[in-house]
Write a protein that binds this ligand. Sequence first.
Ligand SMILES: [Zn+2]
Length: 1097
Amino acid sequence: MNLNQSAPPVPPFGQPQPAYLGHHQSSYGGQPGSTTAPTSYGAYNGPVPGYQQTPPPGVSRAPPSSGAPPASTAQGPCGQTAYGQFGQGDVQNGPSSTVQMQRLPGYQPFGSAVLAPVVSQPAVLQPYGPPPTSAQVTAQLAGMQISGAVAPASPPSGLGYGPPTSLASASGSFPNSGLYGSYPQGQAPPLGQAQGHPGAQPPQRSVPPQASSFTPPASGGPRMPSMTGPLLPGQSFGGPPVSQPNHVSSPAPQVLPPGTQMTGPPGPPPPPMHSSQQPGYQLQQNGSYGPTRGPQSNYGSPYPGAAAFGSQPGPPQPLPPKRLDPDAIPSPIQVIEDDRNNRGSEPFVTGVRGQVPPLVTTNFLVKDQGNASPRYIRCTSYNIPCTSDMAKQAQVPLAAVIKPLARLPPEEASPYVVDHGESGPLRCNRCKAYMCPFMQFVEGGRRFQCCFCSCINDVPPQYFQHLDHTGKRVDAYDRPELSLGSYEFLATVDYCKNNKFPSPPAFIFMIDVSYNAIRSGLVRLLCEELKSLLDFLPREGGAEESAVRVGFVTYNKVLHFYNVKSSLAQPQMMVVSDVGDMFVPLLDGFLVNVNESQAVITSLLDQIPEMFADTRETETVFAPVIQAGMEALKAAECAGKLFLFHTSLPIAEAPGKLKNRDDRKLINTDKEKTLFQPQTGAYQTLAKECVAQGCCVDLFLFPNQYVDVATLSVVPQLTGGSVYKYACFQVENDQERFLSDLRRDVQKVVGFDAVMRVRTSTGIRAVDFFGAFYMSNTTDVELAGLDGDKTVTVEFKHDDRLNEESGALLQCALLYTSCAGQRRLRIHNLALNCCTQLADLYRNCETDTLINYMAKFAYRGVLNSPVKTVRDTLITQCAQILACYRKNCASPSSAGQLILPECMKLLPVYLNCVLKSDVLQPGAEVTTDDRAYVRQLVTSMDVAETNVFFYPRLLPLTKSPIENTTEPPAVRASDERLSNGDIYLLENGLNLFLWVGASVQQGVVQSLFGVSSFSQITSGLSVLPVLDNLLSKKVRGLIDSLRAQRSRYMKLIVVKQEDKLETLFKHFLVEDKSLSGGASYVDFLCHMHKEIRQLLS
Ligand SMILES: [Zn+2]
């Protein structure tokens, strides 16, 4: 077998993958790497013992399904409703009923949320891989109103927990958010609002009509530790087996230490009648919880209106409503920390099907043993329902976020390149899937059965190999395509356009030289930078120089082409003023080799700023510029990339001319969607031509005012390009950011003229796609260019029943032209588990990926639907996901308790961040262009990027000892976490703030800013002075390291406490209520709980 040197996306990839000893992967990325000849592949060590594609026989993942929940409802003593969906409600609810019987009416706080312990219940027999990940988190939110809203009437006597009417009164009272105001009282938002959002229309709620019998004791039985705790030995729920795994062999539940979770304002001592309930809780404690002191503090804080709900004598307490303790609700920081601690030390080995990878926030190494690394593919769930009915019931989107050309850390080898010679890669005759580790060889190795479509194919003689006693080819571990999740094939000429091997790609730099571009200093800066940057064009393997050719165009209302042929003494300019009918005035000498033409290019770059220094031209064209670049690539018969540097709304008379149609009055109207839509179809047409030519467009914008990003970004978006935006660009303030982005963008590895296809095994298929690409049919994702930062998100739907034994398989095949002009196929395979129990789905979900998908879904939705509809759709879907869990998987408990699946306990907080993001709920300072810009950025973000983008990282800098060089542990993104004696860094992948508390020690101020007091610190500072002390070095080092982790340069902004800029900073404290009306985390959680209860009732 031949192995070619591959082109790993970033340097230094000189390390062979440990498991593939003897395989040399040449280094890359412009470094003169070793050119050692590839050695044989045979030394690969073989699989780890744990490798298996199917679950080990006999491991029972879950007890048999209970099927659809029966509708019976048993009325427990004291009006306690037992949850009939769990089968024999009376039996299973025995213990809890006992507890509830001992409650007395009247203590139920109404009118505010009740504190409760968050009980994290590590759970479950987990058949595969990692330690149990599923558990229930319960947060008791018995009273739903955060403020105000007191039920108008006393409850019927005897119920004790508030009348059913209180449900209605509870909903609709969500204050101040503006988000939820229009929900009809007591009703969930209408279902099926998703018109215009193909693929995510929530199907008819699957809660059976009988579900109304769930009606919980209104406003909830308060804290229900017994209901959410693990069963004690001997206890039996008798409920649906599906819920059992959550409770089998659970370790002792964790109860947060009292005092740490209850940091709310302490209330007065409990009134006597409250203490009379203690025995009930005492029993709980003796039962399974130990000292459950958390809930008790609830009783210490009476609520206005509490008297209305029981026989409590005496006047209502005048104290303000107590709010839910933020420490008692799931914390992103804690989840991230826990995952780092639990999963960061061991490599993630991909040999086991359906294994949920560590979180994107955890540093871990990957060993490819048959499935694609999570760096390439992440799924919303690694265990997908067998039937579409189950999938619809759960409402959990089944999606994969795929980053086909992801960059890998230096310790991991990039995919091996396999060369099957003239015969090309081996494929299934019927479905055209590529040879992969899941194909089954039969008949002594003479044939193979396709794992995707079951077709039996002949093995070509040159590929024949004997099978061992297990039916595995004896050479399986010598061949990447039989043993690895990811690898590449060299493509034959059959895979090339016009049956001709491609030429190396070209880069064309197209520079706006109108008045604004010249005046801001942009043109001079850019030309200066290009002189050196062109030496770092992407190259492949150990190549001495890049194969990429370059060309140059400048423009304002007209275009100037430059002949930079090496034989010329001086560059020649050719002007094309007929922008209506764009043509390329020269072929020879336009696209050149950088080294050969170095002198002419340098001369040109020296001259451009001078030539236009005195320009008065303010008008620009835009579409003709792209057209010209694309025509030039077409004439040169190559793919390539246009780098456009553009400053203004293209108002000059030309195709694609735009007008200023910005109108903030459209916000929150049905016409708001037009702000996100392009104002003319001309750019889509142009983009289509670009894609056909393999012409990718990267756009650098430098606007001083509205430029209509929504329209200008159409071509970059559809061609797999990137958009960068530097508003009010000034060289002194913004050059570092721009140059850093430019360098990275020019040097990054790109696959050109690419087509991606995702194949699936029978039962599911890819139905929807999100990202920066073009599609001319329903299956092929066409990418004029694809870089290592971009993802394509694919949603799957059932078209048949899946099978637990065989699981579900995905194969992503990307055909592309490398930066050296080599045609290649990159293959990623991933096997997922399938389940007949919903609990298995919820146990194997990945919330970060789910949020990535939901954000993209919503951000596309705003193109066609009112933003409010989009928000409501998200909320409804989230509520349905959680309600389905509650109904089918959680142990029965009072409706007053919010129960979240362990793997999804951050879904509410993260979803709330999406809901109040600038696209879906803009603040007054957010421009239309900002929104369009962010919208298209998020579309191709990977999971790590959306994670930090929606929930920024807030790092305290002065809390830990100054000698401590490790990254400080983050704190939650809330104002409450800021102490005015400290300094914090906040980053979200695009922005970086340094917040300085007003009482920071003088010594710290001196060390970091070189001034003697807080008042002397310049607000808005973007560079920290380089000072020779430990703190200064540490902070600057941390900033550098944060920047290095992100795909775009984050400009620093220093914000002083109580300063004007602080408003901007606080926008990113996403757990707090936002100025634009976005709900706080606590408020949103309460609202979500209400929605869930409505779905269940
Ligand atoms: Zn097939």
